[in-house]
Write a protein of this length. Structure first.
Length: 125
């Protein structure tokens, strides 16, 4: 029968602690890939359709039966503001909200919140 020394017990405790810390430091797949958190309208660059996504959306396929393009891919998407701006609104990682970044002719940006349960916008040309 083998005997466990105090030194062996300390080595095991340190190894177990290091393993636990490594598990805490590694992000979950959802955070590593990203997602849209909440209600957003997303733009499909292929068929120019706007789809509504809700809750936590990591991946979304265009709802147009003829298209089926991936409009949300690992949390990366073009979100649409209530005014239909999308070209300047590419988001990545975890997105809890987004202010529209469309530059205005007089300076500044649109600034409208892209997250929300507003009526489906018409996309800008």
């Amino acid at each position: 029968m083998s005997e466990v020394t105090r030194r062996d017990a300390m080595k095991l405790a340190v190894a177990a602690g290091a393993t636990g810390l490594a598990a805490l430091a590694t992000p979950s797949p959802a955070v590593a890939e990203g997602f849209l958190n909440g209600t957003f309208f997303v733009y499909c660059k292929k068929c120019k359709q706007i789809d509504k996504v809700e809750n936590q959306t990591r991946n979304h396929t265009c709802e147009n039966d003829k298209c089926k393009n991936k409009t949300v891919d690992g949390g990366t998407a073009y979100v649409v503001c209530p005014k239909g701006h999308w070209k300047d609104n590419k988001v990545q990682a975890v997105t809890n909200g987004h202010q529209c970044q469309k530059p205005l002719a007089g300076g500044g940006i649109c600034g409208m919140e892209c997250k929300g349960n507003f009526p489906k916008p018409t996309p800008e040309a």
